[in-house]
Design a protein around this ligand. Sequence first.
Ligand code: IMP
Ligand code: MG
Length: 180
Amino acid sequence: MTERPYVIDQMISAKAIAARIEELCRDIRTEFSTSEKIVVVGLLRGSFVFIADLVRELDMSVEVDFIEASSYGDAMESSREVRILKDLRGAIEGRDVLVVEDIVDTGHTLHHVINLLLSRNPAKLRSIALLDKPTRREVDFRADWIGFEIPDEFVVGYGIDFAQRNRNLPYIGKVRFTGE
Ligand code: IMP
Ligand code: MG
């Protein structure tokens, strides 16, 4: 990765994200209203901020687990071949599961992870992604809940990185290379 200089233009404010999470959690609580407890599975590393806000707003009995799939490396293009780098700690057979992803781009990552988790026979499995870039999709897949649909821009912040940087921005911003 060349160190091209860039600036970050705010796209979705922290306040807008918080408001959307409140809405989403109302729907999620309804969907899981008969569940005694749910397993919330975050995809590392990008979902760590979203999952933290989500589970606190959910106000339900939850267990939190994580799975890590390979994706971009430090590049801006998906590798398309998904490998599991770190698996769940707990079993999900017969459990009610919510998979949490930061952003769905080509769709390969979440599609692969969901198929893997379905093969373990959960009682119910739903998925949520904070961001969705539908115009980039390469596999026929959609998360059950989407925070925001966004255009084909490379974004950072709120857990999402560019070559491991900018995850700690409290808002979603788009990367704009300067001098272009
Ligand atoms: P997919 O497999 O192409 O859907 O890619 C999903 C993964 O690529 C996400 O979990 C992100 O980690 C990463 N990704 C996709 N779009 C962006 C972006 O705009 N900024 C940073 N990471 C992204
Ligand atoms: Mg990711």
